[in-house]
Design a protein around this ligand. Structure first.
Ligand code: MRU
Length: 355
């Protein structure tokens, strides 16, 4: 049995490749249960993304890459024509799984390029190339998170009390995390950092996932409900905000978990730096500004209750946008693997890509 650890020696392995299958931690049931679910096709992985077994922009991208690899593996004995038809169906179902995190489409594009570049090879050889590329995307994600986290750690003072919203940790990536990566790296550098975790209604990524990751590593963490952030800021109890992102527009507008915009406005009001940890794969230069970022609307049941427990008055109308957009003017800096972009503008973002 081969256990291809995706993250080397790190503790939380959000995704792992085992015996020609993808296994992903079921993030719907954490922290009550820690269990992996097994995936063997693009359609299965797409379902896992849609129902949020796996979530967080970089992790979704990695899962999609593995979805393509799995589909190719399942088609290994197919004729070249059947292989092409099956692969196109796989790409389609994965692209339709969730709309906001651009890493999904970025990863699919990268897998497609590898497929195209190797089209003259046998199906078996193409399969090997696609599996290798999925492994590389996951391994690269950890390297990128480490690099951006090293830049971000410098921004946090010893003793800083850092508020984060949602979960941009190891669970949201192939390892280390982006926003929580910055915090981890600051702690590794010897700084005493404490975390204030917004609960993050309605899916509770903060209460269930961020709190769990921090408790595992003994990084001091305090849970608050989303509505408490302003109160703590007004009392001088928060020194910095660090969040992740699902898509950054070319002008620096940032889409992230619903509630992030509210935190950014409050941070500005109280003169608290608002940092966004952001791998370049999350920047979408084809989107001019935040208004053009597709915002996912999810099921009403996520707002009227959680899991099997429903508490809202039956019959009530519900809105459930899963993300919001924070205008670039509220962003103190983007923390990327190529360095820190203070007060992001179209020009500063373009220069990250050498354009
Ligand atoms: O709906 P989710 O849980 O996929 O949303 C996740 C977030 O909003 C994260 O902050 C973002 O993807 C960055 S993860 C490094």
């Amino acid at each position: 049995m081969t256990n291809r650890g995706l993250n080397g020696n790190q503790t939380v392995q959000t995704l792992r490749w085992l015996d020609g299958h993808l296994e992903m931690i079921d993030q719907r049931v954490l922290p009550a249960r820690f269990e992996y679910l097994r995936y063997g096709s693009a359609a299965e992985v797409a379902h896992g993304i849609r129902v949020m077994v796996v979530r967080g922009a970089p992790a979704i991208g990695c899962a999609a890459a593995y979805g393509v690899a799995l589909e190719s593996l399942a088609l290994r004995e197919a004729t070249p024509e059947a292989f092409v038809a099956g692969m196109e169906r796989g790409f389609e179902v994965l692209a339709a799984s969730r709309p906001t995190a651009v890493n999904l489409f970025w990863a699919l594009q990268r897998m497609r390029r590898v497929w195209q570049a190797n089209q003259q090879r046998t199906v078996a050889e193409i399969v090997d190339c696609l599996i290798a590329q999925a492994h590389e995307i996951a391994a690269e994600d950890v390297r990128i998170n480490r690099a951006l986290s090293a830049y971000g750690a410098v921004l946090l003072a010893d003793g800083a009390r850092v508020l984060t919203h949602c979960n941009a940790g190891a669970l949201a990536t192939a390892g280390h995390g982006t926003a929580l990566g910055v915090i981890r790296s600051a702690v590794e550098a010897g700084k005493r950092i404490s975390v204030i975790a917004d609960e993050t209604r309605p899916f509770l990524q903060g209460a269930r996932l961020t709190a769990w990751e921090m408790v595992q590593e003994k990084i001091p963490v305090t849970l608050i409900t989303d509505g408490m952030a302003g109160h703590l800021m007004s009392r001088g109890e928060i020194d910095a905000v660090v969040v992740g992102t699902d898509r950054v527009a070319a002008n620096g507008d940032v889409a992230n978990k619903i509630g992030t915009y509210m935190v950014a406005v409050l941070a500005q009001r109280h003169g608290i730096p608002f940092y966004v940890a952001c791998p370049l794969s999350t920047i979408d230069l084809t989107i001019p500004d935040g208004a053009a970022i597709p915002i996912e609307e999810r099921a009403a049941q996520e707002v009227t209750g959680f899991g099997n427990c429903q508490w809202a008055a039956p019959g009530v109308q519900v809105r459930n946008p899963a993300f919001d957009v924070t205008p670039a003017e509220l962003v103190t800096a983007l923390i990327t693997e190529k360095g820190v972009v203070t007060r992001p503008t179209r020009e500063r973002i373009a220069s990250l890509f050498g354009t």
